[in-house]
Design a protein around this ligand. Structure first.
Ligand SMILES: NC(=O)c1ccc[n+]([C@@H]2O[C@H](COP(=O)([O-])OP(=O)(O)OC[C@H]3O[C@@H](n4cnc5c(N)ncnc54)[C@H](OP(=O)(O)O)[C@@H]3O)[C@@H](O)[C@H]2O)c1
Length: 300
């Protein structure tokens, strides 16, 4: 298959690109805002906000576009709603239109933050009811994609973690490691419940959506439902770091710009049954990240 990945400098886009290349079966085009190098992929930089999307699709002729580019920080979205809408909603709409024009399947990366977090263990058919602007923008992008004439899929995921060099944005496991290695205290919410997702597991799930030409909404998350504070403690345990530096606090005490939904754990039964999705156990996933970091001589 010929596949175009947007946002390939981010953790999710990079792992997806690597996964697609690993079997040697796909021709992969990867794009990002800043310069990017992924051996085996045809990479190019482009500010998609100004790019001619039809031209990009015409030049690359993809069978599938995996759209990861986004303003993915909930706080950044809350602070700059205009930028958030432009990137998360308007750009998605332009890519969806180009996919309609060329009959290309679109896979949109979406989030557990489309839910209000009051219920937990959300299934694909549960009603979206976002409580922060990032979640709202993603829910709106989902609606745009769900009304496409070309085939589409939406993959919602939750608290993705993993290791790559020079990431444009860090993630919870790397932040815990970085702070604890430096001996810094690190505050973590005990009341935010998630299904933390190893980026490699997510990437395999996305490849399965693409190669099966699967359509509709899929939840691709981790196998364990756990609080962010307990995830941090498990990270400290697996990485051999001092757990006493972790300071469990309530979400209210974190006073972040964007409201955080409390329990956004995702239920992945549909992906397990239809795509053969099989996320690793959390401890095994953290051990994998730790081994990648050690191999790379990680030094925060
Ligand atoms: N990470 C999570 O926990 C999580 C959870 C749920 C859903 N998701 C979704 O998964 C997707 C990927 O997440 P991520 O964590 O990998 O995000 P990320 O690290 O923030 O990466 C976003 C990517 O978008 C690119 N980008 C931003 N503005 C652009 C522009 N104007 N033109 C072209 N590219 C632009 C960035 O390029 P540069 O790096 O070159 O600047 C970067 O590669 C997002 O849609 C996010 O909403 C993520």
């Amino acid at each position: 298959m010929r596949i175009l990945v947007t946002g390939a400098n981010g953790l999710v886009g990079k792992k997806i690109t690597r996964q697609l290349l690993s079997g040697g079966k796909h021709e992969v085009y990867a794009t990002s805002l800043k310069k990017l190098q992924i051996p085996g992929a045809v990479t190019f930089t482009s500010n998609l906000l100004n790019a001619d999307i039809n031209f990009m699709v015409d030049e690359t002729h993809p069978d599938v576009i995996i759209h990861c580019a986004a303003l993915s920080s909930p706080d950044a979205c809350e602070v700059d709603r205009f930028a958030c809408k432009r990137l998360n909603v308007d750009l998605t709409a332009r890519i969806a239109m180009a996919c309609n024009d060329y009959g290309v399947q679109l896979i949109l990366m979406s989030t557990d933050f489309v839910f209000d977090g009051l219920k937990g263990q959300y299934a694909e058919e549960d009603r979206a009811n976002p409580i922060c602007y990032y979640g709202m923008s993603k829910a709106e992008a989902e609606q745009v994609v769900a009304s496409m004439s070309a085939p589409w899929a939406i993959a919602r995921t939750s608290l993705v973690f993993g290791y790559e060099q020079r990431l444009s944005r860090s993630n919870i496991v790397l932040r815990v490691a970085e702070n604890l290695i430096k001996g810094n205290p690190f505050r973590v919410a005990f009341d935010q419940i998630r299904t933390p997702t190893l980026a490699e597991d997510l990437a395999r799930g996305i490849e399965a959506i693409a190669t099966n030409r699967a359509t509709g909404i899929f939840h691709l998350a981790g196998s364990e439902i756990i609080s962010v504070a307990d995830l941090a403690a498990r990270t400290a345990e697996v990485f051999g770091l001092n757990p006493e530096l972790l300071l469990p606090v309530s979400t209210e005490m974190l006073t972040e710009p964007a409201r955080r939904p409390l329990n956004t754990s995702l239920c992945c039964h549909k992906a397990i049954e239809q795509l053969g999705y099989s996320p690793k156990g959390l401890t095994e996933a953290l051990r994998l990240v730790y081994s990648q970091m050690k191999l790379d001589g990680y030094n925060p």
